[in-house]
Ligand binder design. Structure first.
Ligand SMILES: [Zn+2]
Length: 207
């Protein structure tokens, strides 16, 4: 299914960063996790909604995936392993604990593979990053994700990464609020649920 066929997006993009939005493809991480990347198709849809794949690129990969099912399955498995490694690496910084060596190794393996496909493009006054036009590489949508994660992990912005204050959610976001007081991944969902719970328990206490 393409975005054009769906009225609304299936995935949410509240993380303010590509790699955090990728981490947020697992719902209720802290309690009863629900996987959103349940197939290679879903991974392609996420790539389109994240604007790292055009509709044509996704369609080409879809055809390729149907011809190489096992390879597509392996890419999906790698995507989830990468996502979880990114999540734990970021969490280790949030909690001030050392990252697991296995997570660093998993991350670096995908990163070095991705960087082998990157190049720079001269512009009028500066340069931009580009990716080699390997349109049939099933894992190509992981390349910008892992590079965004490497950029974030090595930047000062890492200090502003927060985990949603919900007891269940576990989504990550960069707090870009003026006073650095953002607590929820999304005020409309997690924030409102927490407010409703607080209201209910206060009401119960006054009864
Ligand atoms: Zn949340």
């Amino acid at each position: 299914m393409t975005i054009a066929e769906t009225q609304t997006t299936m995935f949410e993009f509240t993380g303010n960063n590509l790699c955090l939005d990728f981490c947020n493809t697992l719902n209720d991480r802290k309690d009863n996790p629900r996987e959103l990347l349940t197939s290679y198709d879903k991974l392609l849809l996420w790539g389109q909604e994240a604007h790292i794949l055009t509709e044509d690129e996704a369609q080409l990969l879809d055809v390729e995936a149907k011809e190489h099912r096992w390879e597509a399955e392996a890419v999906l498995k790698q995507a989830i392993e990468l996502r979880e490694a990114i999540f734990r690496l970021i969490l280790s910084r949030i909690h001030g604990t050392p990252p697991a060596e296995t997570d660093v190794a998993t991350f670096n393996t995908v990163l070095s593979h991705a960087m082998a496909h990157s190049y720079i493009v001269p512009g009028e006054h500066d340069f931009a990053w580009g990716w080699l036009p390997e349109k049939r590489a099933l894992d190509r949508l992981l390349w910008p994700v892992v590079r965004a994660a490497a950029d974030l992990l090595t930047s000062e912005e890492l200090e502003d990464v927060r985990i949603c204050a919900s007891d269940t959610c576990g989504w990550l976001f960069i707090d870009q609020s003026k006073n650095h007081t953002r607590r929820w991944c999304d005020m409309k969902s997690c924030g409102n649920r927490a407010k409703a719970r607080k209201h209910y328990s206060q009401k119960k206490q006054t009864l």
